[in-house]
Design a protein around this ligand. Structure first.
Ligand SMILES: [Zn+2]
Length: 412
Protein backbone atom coordinates (compact mmCIF):
# COMPACT_ATOMS: atom_id res chain seq x y z
CA UNK A 1 0.00 0.00 0.00
CA UNK A 2 2.85 2.41 0.79
CA UNK A 3 4.18 1.90 -2.73
CA UNK A 4 0.83 2.79 -4.24
CA UNK A 5 0.55 5.85 -2.04
CA UNK A 6 3.93 7.11 -3.15
CA UNK A 7 3.05 6.43 -6.74
CA UNK A 8 -0.26 8.17 -6.71
CA UNK A 9 1.17 11.20 -4.97
CA UNK A 10 4.05 11.28 -7.43
CA UNK A 11 1.47 11.32 -10.17
CA UNK A 12 -0.40 14.24 -8.68
CA UNK A 13 2.64 16.28 -7.76
CA UNK A 14 3.94 16.08 -11.33
CA UNK A 15 0.77 17.57 -12.65
CA UNK A 16 0.24 20.18 -9.97
CA UNK A 17 3.77 21.48 -10.45
CA UNK A 18 3.37 21.95 -14.13
CA UNK A 19 -0.15 23.28 -14.17
CA UNK A 20 -0.80 25.32 -11.08
CA UNK A 21 -2.75 27.74 -13.27
CA UNK A 22 -5.06 25.11 -14.66
CA UNK A 23 -8.52 24.71 -13.30
CA UNK A 24 -7.76 23.12 -9.96
CA UNK A 25 -11.17 21.60 -9.56
CA UNK A 26 -10.40 18.76 -11.98
CA UNK A 27 -7.33 17.88 -9.96
CA UNK A 28 -9.18 18.10 -6.68
CA UNK A 29 -11.79 15.63 -7.94
CA UNK A 30 -9.08 13.28 -9.19
CA UNK A 31 -7.20 13.59 -5.92
CA UNK A 32 -10.31 12.82 -3.86
CA UNK A 33 -10.86 9.55 -5.70
CA UNK A 34 -7.19 8.63 -5.36
CA UNK A 35 -7.41 9.40 -1.65
CA UNK A 36 -10.37 7.05 -1.38
CA UNK A 37 -8.13 4.34 -2.85
CA UNK A 38 -5.42 5.10 -0.32
CA UNK A 39 -7.80 5.07 2.63
CA UNK A 40 -9.43 1.82 1.59
CA UNK A 41 -12.81 3.28 0.64
CA UNK A 42 -12.25 2.19 -2.95
CA UNK A 43 -10.20 -0.65 -4.39
CA UNK A 44 -6.70 0.45 -5.39
CA UNK A 45 -6.32 0.56 -9.14
CA UNK A 46 -3.15 1.82 -10.73
CA UNK A 47 -4.86 1.95 -14.13
CA UNK A 48 -7.69 4.10 -12.76
CA UNK A 49 -5.29 6.35 -10.87
CA UNK A 50 -3.16 7.08 -13.93
CA UNK A 51 -6.30 7.81 -15.90
CA UNK A 52 -7.64 10.19 -13.26
CA UNK A 53 -4.49 12.29 -13.31
CA UNK A 54 -4.29 12.49 -17.09
CA UNK A 55 -8.00 13.18 -17.39
CA UNK A 56 -7.69 16.12 -15.00
CA UNK A 57 -5.01 17.59 -17.26
CA UNK A 58 -7.48 17.34 -20.14
CA UNK A 59 -10.26 18.99 -18.08
CA UNK A 60 -12.11 15.68 -17.67
CA UNK A 61 -12.62 15.27 -21.41
CA UNK A 62 -11.18 11.76 -21.71
CA UNK A 63 -13.31 8.63 -21.61
CA UNK A 64 -12.39 5.99 -19.05
CA UNK A 65 -14.34 3.45 -21.04
CA UNK A 66 -12.26 4.16 -24.17
CA UNK A 67 -9.05 3.98 -22.12
CA UNK A 68 -10.07 0.62 -20.63
CA UNK A 69 -11.04 -0.62 -24.10
CA UNK A 70 -7.55 0.24 -25.46
CA UNK A 71 -5.94 -1.63 -22.57
CA UNK A 72 -8.31 -4.56 -22.92
CA UNK A 73 -7.68 -4.85 -26.69
CA UNK A 74 -3.96 -5.19 -25.99
CA UNK A 75 -4.51 -7.67 -23.19
CA UNK A 76 -6.33 -9.98 -25.64
CA UNK A 77 -3.17 -9.99 -27.77
CA UNK A 78 -0.94 -10.58 -24.74
CA UNK A 79 -2.96 -13.57 -23.62
CA UNK A 80 -2.80 -15.01 -27.15
CA UNK A 81 0.99 -14.61 -27.14
CA UNK A 82 1.29 -16.47 -23.85
CA UNK A 83 -0.98 -19.24 -25.09
CA UNK A 84 0.88 -19.58 -28.40
CA UNK A 85 4.18 -19.93 -26.55
CA UNK A 86 2.72 -22.38 -24.04
CA UNK A 87 4.11 -20.53 -21.01
CA UNK A 88 0.87 -19.91 -19.15
CA UNK A 89 2.08 -21.80 -16.06
CA UNK A 90 4.92 -19.34 -15.38
CA UNK A 91 4.12 -16.39 -13.14
CA UNK A 92 6.40 -14.11 -15.17
CA UNK A 93 4.60 -14.93 -18.44
CA UNK A 94 2.64 -11.62 -18.27
CA UNK A 95 5.95 -9.73 -17.89
CA UNK A 96 7.40 -11.52 -20.90
CA UNK A 97 4.34 -10.92 -23.09
CA UNK A 98 4.03 -7.25 -22.11
CA UNK A 99 7.71 -6.58 -22.71
CA UNK A 100 7.76 -8.20 -26.16
CA UNK A 101 4.50 -6.62 -27.16
CA UNK A 102 5.83 -3.19 -26.27
CA UNK A 103 9.34 -3.48 -27.66
CA UNK A 104 9.40 -5.86 -30.60
CA UNK A 105 8.05 -5.48 -34.12
CA UNK A 106 5.52 -8.31 -34.27
CA UNK A 107 2.11 -9.06 -35.84
CA UNK A 108 0.43 -8.76 -32.38
CA UNK A 109 1.23 -5.04 -32.22
CA UNK A 110 0.62 -4.56 -35.92
CA UNK A 111 4.40 -4.23 -36.35
CA UNK A 112 4.33 -1.03 -34.30
CA UNK A 113 6.39 -1.37 -31.12
CA UNK A 114 6.16 1.35 -28.50
CA UNK A 115 9.24 3.47 -28.89
CA UNK A 116 11.15 5.98 -26.87
CA UNK A 117 10.77 9.54 -27.99
CA UNK A 118 14.12 11.24 -27.48
CA UNK A 119 13.13 14.81 -28.12
CA UNK A 120 11.46 16.63 -25.25
CA UNK A 121 11.62 13.48 -23.13
CA UNK A 122 11.09 15.55 -19.99
CA UNK A 123 7.85 16.94 -21.38
CA UNK A 124 9.12 20.50 -20.95
CA UNK A 125 7.51 21.65 -24.18
CA UNK A 126 4.50 19.42 -24.07
CA UNK A 127 3.49 17.90 -20.74
CA UNK A 128 1.13 15.40 -22.37
CA UNK A 129 4.25 13.58 -23.59
CA UNK A 130 4.41 12.08 -20.11
CA UNK A 131 1.02 10.45 -20.55
CA UNK A 132 -0.08 6.88 -21.08
CA UNK A 133 -3.11 8.09 -23.06
CA UNK A 134 -0.69 9.78 -25.50
CA UNK A 135 1.48 6.68 -25.64
CA UNK A 136 -1.49 4.48 -26.53
CA UNK A 137 -2.36 6.82 -29.38
CA UNK A 138 1.09 7.47 -30.82
CA UNK A 139 3.12 4.43 -29.74
CA UNK A 140 5.87 6.76 -28.65
CA UNK A 141 6.52 7.67 -25.06
CA UNK A 142 9.15 8.42 -22.45
CA UNK A 143 10.60 7.11 -19.23
CA UNK A 144 7.37 8.04 -17.45
CA UNK A 145 4.66 6.70 -19.74
CA UNK A 146 6.43 3.54 -20.95
CA UNK A 147 6.87 1.91 -17.53
CA UNK A 148 3.36 3.05 -16.52
CA UNK A 149 1.82 1.34 -19.51
CA UNK A 150 3.96 -1.72 -18.87
CA UNK A 151 2.61 -1.96 -15.32
CA UNK A 152 -0.98 -1.39 -16.41
CA UNK A 153 -0.83 -4.07 -19.12
CA UNK A 154 1.00 -6.54 -16.97
CA UNK A 155 -1.53 -6.19 -14.15
CA UNK A 156 -4.42 -6.35 -16.60
CA UNK A 157 -3.49 -9.94 -17.44
CA UNK A 158 -2.77 -10.99 -13.88
CA UNK A 159 0.96 -10.28 -13.63
CA UNK A 160 2.86 -8.20 -11.12
CA UNK A 161 5.20 -5.31 -11.80
CA UNK A 162 6.50 -2.59 -9.55
CA UNK A 163 7.82 0.77 -10.57
CA UNK A 164 11.18 1.84 -9.25
CA UNK A 165 12.24 5.45 -9.09
CA UNK A 166 15.69 6.93 -9.38
CA UNK A 167 16.49 10.59 -10.13
CA UNK A 168 14.83 11.49 -13.46
CA UNK A 169 14.24 7.87 -13.92
CA UNK A 170 11.51 5.31 -13.63
CA UNK A 171 11.72 1.68 -14.44
CA UNK A 172 10.09 -1.65 -13.78
CA UNK A 173 10.96 -4.26 -11.20
CA UNK A 174 9.44 -7.69 -11.14
CA UNK A 175 10.06 -10.86 -9.22
CA UNK A 176 11.80 -13.44 -11.40
CA UNK A 177 10.90 -17.13 -11.42
CA UNK A 178 13.71 -17.67 -8.92
CA UNK A 179 12.19 -15.21 -6.44
CA UNK A 180 14.90 -12.56 -7.04
CA UNK A 181 14.10 -8.97 -7.96
CA UNK A 182 14.80 -8.23 -11.58
CA UNK A 183 15.04 -4.73 -13.01
CA UNK A 184 13.57 -4.26 -16.40
CA UNK A 185 14.31 -1.24 -18.50
CA UNK A 186 11.18 -1.01 -20.58
CA UNK A 187 13.04 -0.18 -23.77
CA UNK A 188 16.26 -1.97 -23.42
CA UNK A 189 17.30 -3.05 -26.87
CA UNK A 190 18.72 -1.18 -29.78
CA UNK A 191 20.83 1.80 -30.60
CA UNK A 192 24.16 0.94 -29.07
CA UNK A 193 27.65 1.25 -30.47
CA UNK A 194 30.13 -1.61 -30.32
CA UNK A 195 33.64 -0.90 -29.04
CA UNK A 196 36.54 -3.19 -29.95
CA UNK A 197 40.32 -2.81 -29.97
CA UNK A 198 42.81 -2.03 -27.24
CA UNK A 199 43.20 1.71 -27.65
CA UNK A 200 46.86 1.90 -28.65
CA UNK A 201 48.02 3.81 -31.70
CA UNK A 202 48.59 0.50 -33.45
CA UNK A 203 45.29 -1.06 -32.38
CA UNK A 204 42.91 1.83 -31.68
CA UNK A 205 39.49 1.43 -30.12
CA UNK A 206 36.91 1.17 -32.90
CA UNK A 207 33.33 2.39 -32.45
CA UNK A 208 31.01 0.53 -34.78
CA UNK A 209 27.38 1.25 -35.71
CA UNK A 210 25.44 0.69 -38.93
CA UNK A 211 22.62 2.73 -40.48
CA UNK A 212 20.24 1.22 -43.03
CA UNK A 213 17.60 2.92 -45.14
CA UNK A 214 15.13 1.55 -47.65
CA UNK A 215 16.12 2.55 -51.18
CA UNK A 216 13.76 5.25 -52.40
CA UNK A 217 12.50 6.17 -48.91
CA UNK A 218 14.87 9.12 -48.48
CA UNK A 219 15.46 12.03 -50.81
CA UNK A 220 18.79 12.14 -52.69
CA UNK A 221 19.83 15.01 -50.43
CA UNK A 222 19.02 12.97 -47.32
CA UNK A 223 21.08 10.05 -48.61
CA UNK A 224 23.98 12.42 -49.30
CA UNK A 225 23.59 13.93 -45.80
CA UNK A 226 23.57 10.48 -44.23
CA UNK A 227 26.75 9.51 -46.07
CA UNK A 228 28.41 12.84 -45.27
CA UNK A 229 27.41 12.65 -41.60
CA UNK A 230 28.77 9.13 -41.30
CA UNK A 231 31.97 10.17 -43.13
CA UNK A 232 32.36 13.12 -40.79
CA UNK A 233 32.57 10.70 -37.85
CA UNK A 234 34.78 8.23 -39.69
CA UNK A 235 37.42 10.74 -40.67
CA UNK A 236 37.74 12.29 -37.21
CA UNK A 237 41.27 12.08 -35.91
CA UNK A 238 42.79 11.10 -39.25
CA UNK A 239 44.53 7.79 -39.64
CA UNK A 240 45.38 7.30 -35.95
CA UNK A 241 41.93 8.22 -34.70
CA UNK A 242 40.92 10.72 -32.02
CA UNK A 243 43.54 11.08 -29.30
CA UNK A 244 41.95 10.97 -25.87
CA UNK A 245 43.67 11.77 -22.60
CA UNK A 246 42.75 9.26 -19.90
CA UNK A 247 42.36 10.12 -16.23
CA UNK A 248 45.74 8.54 -15.43
CA UNK A 249 47.51 10.71 -18.01
CA UNK A 250 47.92 8.00 -20.64
CA UNK A 251 46.52 8.37 -24.12
CA UNK A 252 44.03 6.27 -26.01
CA UNK A 253 43.13 6.37 -29.68
CA UNK A 254 39.55 6.05 -30.85
CA UNK A 255 38.32 5.58 -34.40
CA UNK A 256 34.81 5.46 -35.78
CA UNK A 257 33.70 2.79 -38.20
CA UNK A 258 30.13 3.78 -39.02
CA UNK A 259 28.35 2.72 -42.20
CA UNK A 260 25.29 3.79 -44.17
CA UNK A 261 23.67 1.49 -46.70
CA UNK A 262 20.50 1.29 -48.76
CA UNK A 263 18.52 -1.95 -48.75
CA UNK A 264 15.60 -3.10 -50.90
CA UNK A 265 12.65 -2.98 -48.51
CA UNK A 266 11.49 -2.54 -44.90
CA UNK A 267 11.96 -6.22 -44.10
CA UNK A 268 15.55 -6.14 -45.37
CA UNK A 269 16.23 -3.04 -43.23
CA UNK A 270 14.81 -4.78 -40.18
CA UNK A 271 16.74 -7.98 -40.85
CA UNK A 272 19.96 -6.03 -41.26
CA UNK A 273 19.46 -3.86 -38.16
CA UNK A 274 18.38 -6.73 -35.93
CA UNK A 275 21.22 -8.88 -37.27
CA UNK A 276 23.92 -6.47 -36.10
CA UNK A 277 24.45 -7.67 -32.57
CA UNK A 278 27.22 -8.45 -30.16
CA UNK A 279 27.66 -9.51 -26.56
CA UNK A 280 29.20 -6.90 -24.30
CA UNK A 281 31.71 -7.67 -21.60
CA UNK A 282 28.91 -7.76 -19.02
CA UNK A 283 27.22 -10.56 -20.98
CA UNK A 284 24.32 -8.50 -22.37
CA UNK A 285 23.31 -8.86 -26.00
CA UNK A 286 23.35 -5.48 -27.73
CA UNK A 287 22.46 -4.16 -31.13
CA UNK A 288 24.39 -1.67 -33.25
CA UNK A 289 22.16 -1.64 -36.34
CA UNK A 290 19.68 1.18 -36.93
CA UNK A 291 17.06 2.09 -39.49
CA UNK A 292 16.99 5.59 -40.98
CA UNK A 293 13.68 6.89 -42.25
CA UNK A 294 11.22 9.68 -42.14
CA UNK A 295 8.79 10.62 -39.40
CA UNK A 296 7.78 13.20 -36.85
CA UNK A 297 8.64 12.70 -33.20
CA UNK A 298 5.37 14.30 -32.18
CA UNK A 299 7.00 16.91 -29.99
CA UNK A 300 6.67 19.92 -32.24
CA UNK A 301 9.78 21.70 -33.34
CA UNK A 302 12.27 18.93 -33.94
CA UNK A 303 14.04 18.39 -37.23
CA UNK A 304 15.00 14.83 -36.50
CA UNK A 305 14.43 12.21 -33.84
CA UNK A 306 15.76 8.92 -32.67
CA UNK A 307 13.75 6.09 -31.16
CA UNK A 308 14.95 2.71 -30.01
CA UNK A 309 16.02 1.46 -33.42
CA UNK A 310 15.21 4.31 -35.75
CA UNK A 311 16.67 7.64 -36.76
CA UNK A 312 14.12 9.83 -38.49
CA UNK A 313 14.10 13.00 -40.52
CA UNK A 314 11.07 15.17 -39.74
CA UNK A 315 10.31 16.38 -43.26
CA UNK A 316 7.62 18.90 -42.36
CA UNK A 317 9.88 20.77 -39.93
CA UNK A 318 12.87 20.49 -42.26
CA UNK A 319 10.83 22.16 -45.00
CA UNK A 320 9.76 24.87 -42.57
CA UNK A 321 13.37 25.46 -41.52
CA UNK A 322 14.50 25.87 -45.13
CA UNK A 323 11.52 27.88 -46.39
CA UNK A 324 10.89 30.12 -43.40
CA UNK A 325 13.96 30.18 -41.16
CA UNK A 326 16.67 30.56 -43.76
CA UNK A 327 18.33 27.24 -43.04
CA UNK A 328 20.79 25.70 -45.44
CA UNK A 329 19.32 22.38 -46.54
CA UNK A 330 22.48 20.31 -46.80
CA UNK A 331 23.94 21.62 -43.55
CA UNK A 332 20.64 21.08 -41.76
CA UNK A 333 20.29 17.51 -43.03
CA UNK A 334 23.88 16.62 -42.19
CA UNK A 335 23.48 18.27 -38.78
CA UNK A 336 20.42 16.12 -38.07
CA UNK A 337 22.35 12.96 -39.01
CA UNK A 338 25.31 13.91 -36.80
CA UNK A 339 23.09 14.83 -33.84
CA UNK A 340 20.88 11.74 -33.97
CA UNK A 341 23.89 9.43 -34.37
CA UNK A 342 25.27 11.32 -31.37
CA UNK A 343 22.24 10.24 -29.31
CA UNK A 344 22.75 6.76 -30.60
CA UNK A 345 26.33 6.60 -29.32
CA UNK A 346 25.46 7.95 -25.88
CA UNK A 347 25.55 11.74 -26.24
CA UNK A 348 23.23 13.93 -24.19
CA UNK A 349 21.97 17.45 -24.90
CA UNK A 350 23.42 18.53 -21.57
CA UNK A 351 26.97 17.53 -22.60
CA UNK A 352 27.52 20.95 -24.11
CA UNK A 353 29.21 19.64 -27.24
CA UNK A 354 28.49 20.94 -30.72
CA UNK A 355 27.39 17.43 -31.69
CA UNK A 356 24.66 17.36 -29.08
CA UNK A 357 23.55 20.98 -29.21
CA UNK A 358 20.22 21.56 -30.87
CA UNK A 359 19.89 23.66 -33.99
CA UNK A 360 19.63 27.28 -32.95
CA UNK A 361 19.50 30.70 -34.54
CA UNK A 362 21.95 33.14 -32.98
CA UNK A 363 21.48 36.88 -33.25
CA UNK A 364 24.43 39.21 -33.46
CA UNK A 365 23.75 42.80 -32.57
CA UNK A 366 26.50 45.18 -33.69
CA UNK A 367 27.08 48.67 -32.31
CA UNK A 368 27.90 49.85 -35.77
CA UNK A 369 26.39 48.20 -38.80
CA UNK A 370 23.31 46.05 -39.20
CA UNK A 371 22.56 43.25 -36.80
CA UNK A 372 22.53 39.79 -38.29
CA UNK A 373 21.95 36.21 -37.33
CA UNK A 374 23.57 32.90 -38.01
CA UNK A 375 22.40 29.37 -37.52
CA UNK A 376 24.59 26.79 -35.85
CA UNK A 377 24.27 23.21 -36.96
CA UNK A 378 25.54 20.19 -35.03
CA UNK A 379 28.98 18.94 -36.01
CA UNK A 380 31.29 16.14 -34.92
CA UNK A 381 33.88 16.94 -32.27
CA UNK A 382 36.74 15.61 -30.23
CA UNK A 383 35.00 16.67 -26.96
CA UNK A 384 32.00 14.59 -27.90
CA UNK A 385 34.23 11.58 -28.56
CA UNK A 386 35.89 11.87 -25.17
CA UNK A 387 32.57 12.21 -23.34
CA UNK A 388 30.84 9.23 -24.94
CA UNK A 389 33.97 7.17 -24.70
CA UNK A 390 34.46 7.88 -20.98
CA UNK A 391 30.82 6.91 -20.53
CA UNK A 392 31.19 3.51 -22.17
CA UNK A 393 29.86 0.46 -20.32
CA UNK A 394 28.43 2.64 -17.53
CA UNK A 395 25.14 3.75 -19.00
CA UNK A 396 23.03 1.26 -17.11
CA UNK A 397 24.18 2.75 -13.81
CA UNK A 398 24.06 6.40 -14.82
CA UNK A 399 21.17 7.95 -12.86
CA UNK A 400 21.07 10.98 -15.14
CA UNK A 401 20.86 9.03 -18.36
CA UNK A 402 17.53 8.33 -19.96
CA UNK A 403 15.84 5.02 -19.49
CA UNK A 404 16.73 3.89 -22.97
CA UNK A 405 20.38 4.75 -22.42
CA UNK A 406 21.88 4.05 -25.78
CA UNK A 407 25.63 4.18 -25.62
CA UNK A 408 28.90 2.47 -26.22
CA UNK A 409 29.57 -0.99 -24.92
CA UNK A 410 32.80 -2.95 -25.09
CA UNK A 411 32.58 -6.15 -27.08
CA UNK A 412 33.26 -9.30 -25.07
ZN1 LIG B 1 18.43 15.57 -29.59
Amino acid sequence: MRKFAALILFNCILCFNAYSQADKQYYVTAYKEQLQMLTGQKPVSFKRSVFLTENAFYSNKLSYQAFCQDVSNISVQLKAMIKAKGIGKYKTAPNWATFYFMTDTIPANNFRPFTYDFEDFTGSKDWSKMFVTKLLKTHSGNCHSLPYLYKILCEEIGGTAYLAFAPNHCYIKHMGENGQWTNKMVDLNGMDGEVSGSGTKKDPYVIKANYYYVNGSLSDKQVTALNDGVASYNKMGGKDGVEIKNADGTKSYVKYSLSASGVKDAQAAKDAAYGDKFTDKGGTERFFGNIVGEGASGSGGDYGSATNRNVNFNNANIKDGIDNKGMNESRLLEGIVIHEIGHNLGGEHSDGTSTMSQITTNNIVRDIGPSSSYISYPGTSKDFTKIIFDRRDTRMQDPNARVLQPGLYTKQ
